[in-house]
Design a protein around this ligand. Structure first.
Ligand code: ASP
Length: 345
């Protein structure tokens, strides 16, 4: 395995500075990173950097960035033992989830990191996050530990990317993976937990580009405007309807028992949309039928998202439809764990 590491900088707070005119944080040129973190020169693995143009705040992420990243990984993995992606925290869990599906087959470890404070700030967490991520990458290479995963490395934890959610915008522990334990912990030593790693595939890497697949993400809330939802469904001609609806439901998968909501769901299914139930809770899983509020949904044909995060569910739907699968096949695949993204209970 090659012993050098590639760092790909896409933007985000980690490399941001205050704009002179507006005072807002904007991305800056990361070329001189080693001047800011000279410790990067002391690793035994050589590090190369590439910077995307334009650099973006991750709120601007679309499938374009995901396809670009997948291509960069594909093109470079022969020459590098690990690839680190510097990315804004706001949508890092979406990007990690998307890449986990798009990379089909055997690939090098892909580790995403970023920070809550810019690299120039006195109390920045960028230094720790970047140095720890590089240390983990180096150890994986030097100890020959095979990790065929897309991970988020943040605040001393290495987490499976498609299990993560951004948890806080103001603390340094920005990410949680409530339904799956950390793959490694960085204390005085890096402790890997290889028993949790995904099996290494035998087939070589292939990338599945993502198309712009329309999905409606609906967060269930008290006193929903059901008439408006029905009007949206009926106003669209079939060609412009979404391929799927992701319902972020209460608790263990519950939604209002209001007949008009059931009508909305059954109309969507009748129009060939895949309707998936994920919980708005950060931990736990959908349990169809535990309460009346989920019983009917699943009788109507709503797919159980189990303990999928919203980020992973959205990315998985886009991935499956991008493969050209029909709604029925997508629905079946949604209930199978493809990249360790969910547990079936
Ligand atoms: N808005 C920033 C971004 O996601 C926040 C961050 O990087 O932490 O790009």
């Amino acid at each position: 395995m090659p012993s050098n590491i590639l760092i790909v900088y896409t933007g985000g707070t980690i490399g941001m500075v205050h704009d002179k005119d507006t005072g807002s944080l904007v991305p800056f040129d990361f070329g001189k990173i080693e001047d800011r973190i000279p410790e990067l020169k002391s690793f035994s693995c050589a590090i190369d950097f590439i910077s995307y143009h334009p650099l973006i705040d991750s709120s601007d992420v679309t499938t374009t960035l995901w396809n670009q990243l997948a291509q960069t990984i594909y093109d470079n993995q022969i020459n590098y033992g690990a690839i680190i992606i510097l990315h804004g925290t706001d949508t890092m869990a979406y990007t990690a989830s998307a890449l986990s599906f798009m990379l089909e087959g055997k690939h090098v470890p892909v580790l995403l990191t970023g920070s809550q404070l810019p690299i120039g700030a006195v109390r920045t967490d960028a230094r720790n996050n970047l140095i720890t991520t590089v240390e983990i990458a180096c150890q994986l290479i030097q100890k020959n530990i095979a990790l065929n995963e897309v991970c988020i490395c943040f605040d001393d934890l290495l987490l499976r990317g498609n299990r993560c959610e951004k948890f806080t915008s103001s603390r340094f522990y920005a990410f949680r993976s409530e339904n799956f334990p950390a793959l490694a912990d960085a204390g005085t030593e890096i402790e890997f937990h290889p028993e949790l790693f995904l099996a290494i595939p035998t087939q070589s890497l292939r990338i599945q580009p993502l198309l712009h697949i329309p999905v409606w993400l609906i967060k269930i809330h008290p006193s929903m405007n059901l008439e408006f939802m029905m009007a949206c469904l009926n106003a669209q001609n079939n060609a412009s309807l979404p391929k799927a609806i992701l319902l972020e439901t209460f608790g263990a998968g519950n939604a209002p028992t209001d007949k008009r909501f059931e009508e909305f769901v059954s109309d969507a299914i009748a129009k060939n949309m895949v309707v998936v139930n994920v919980s708005q809770c950060i931990g736990g899983a959908v349990e169809p039928g535990k309460y009346a509020g989920s019983y009917r949904l699943h009788q109507l044909g709503v797919i159980n998202g189990h303990d999928l995060t919203t980020e992973a569910a959205l990315a998985k739907l886009m991935y499956l439809f991008s493969k050209g699968l029909e709604s029925k096949q997508v629905a079946l695949q949604m209930e199978i764990s493809l990249r360790g993204e969910m547990d079936l209970r």
